[in-house]
Design a binder for this molecule. Sequence first.
Ligand code: TXA
Ligand code: MG
Length: 326
Amino acid sequence: MEGDHSASGQRRGDHRHRRAAQALAEAAAALKAGGLVILPTETVYGLAADAANAGAVARLYAAKGRPAFNPLIAHVADLAAARRIAHLDDRALALARAFWPGPLTLVAPVADTKAVCDLARAGLDTVAVRAPGHPVAQAVLARFGGPLVAPSANRSGRPSPTTLADAMSETGPFAAAALDGGPSAVGLESTVVALLAGAPRLLRPGAVTREQIKALIGPLAQADLDARRSPGRLSRHYAPASPMRLDAEAPLASEAYLAFGPAPAGRAVFNLSQRGDLAEAAANLFAYLRAADALAPSAIAVAPIPRGGLGEAINDRLRRAAGFVG
Ligand code: TXA
Ligand code: MG
């Protein structure tokens, strides 16, 4: 209990601390043994595996039902660890120094093809790398001592989980251990930027915005449709079972509604942010999509969301949920 300095409060605190340390040790041991672990990050929950262990990575693809041509992100503790597995140029270094640990993934030429095995990279000569900011993810990486691949902990083609309960209902049966880190603060997957030959390219918009990146390294080219370089852009993602109707000013009687800004309440209305705040809307998006979908409405109608800043990432996820691949 906060502010409880009694002897029993102290004992409860010690007990919680011991339990957390034990859960951490068990998670690291499970990863070392080639098992899968549900891990909180500040973006969404991940399903982690030892990046160097091809058997573990194969089990990870199978658990997600994910096509093996879609490469994974290697999560590392910090920039020094990232530089052991990727050749980061000046632009990548500037971005890493500004935004790590945090919701930004850099795609760069691979420097160590054993630490991040071929299967994890889907055979590419590039690697995606990110230093997550969540203290539990940081603690696991420190304890494990090497790169961990961690795709979002959903089954392939489903919304990313932003709570431990949602992660457990997706891939819990495949996990040897699961760690609770509370609801994900960001709620959308990391921004992915490719720093290869030529102009930097935005492969996936996220909480680190196009505007923030441009301010550091200049304008970003739009992702091209080269399947080999940007495989994640080609599959249908984040798809609820219900059809979606975007930019809807109001719902029909049979629809669920994701509102944004001041809106009348209702049985099937989920307000992403009453005060029209994009960060709050991002954090609520996937959980509200799941909740709306669970009502089996004729469609999930969604209010118009501003396009700039974090709005680019929110609109990207909504278009994917609606089945428009871009
Ligand atoms: O926020 C996140 O990034 C979460 C948390 C758990 O860290 N992870 C996540 O992983 O979203 P995943 O596997 O669901 O998405 C990884 C994205 C995919 O779109 C994939 O195609 C892309 O990164 N990617 C990975 N390696 C790549 C590479 N070498 N070249 C291009 N794209 C790559
Ligand atoms: Mg994913």
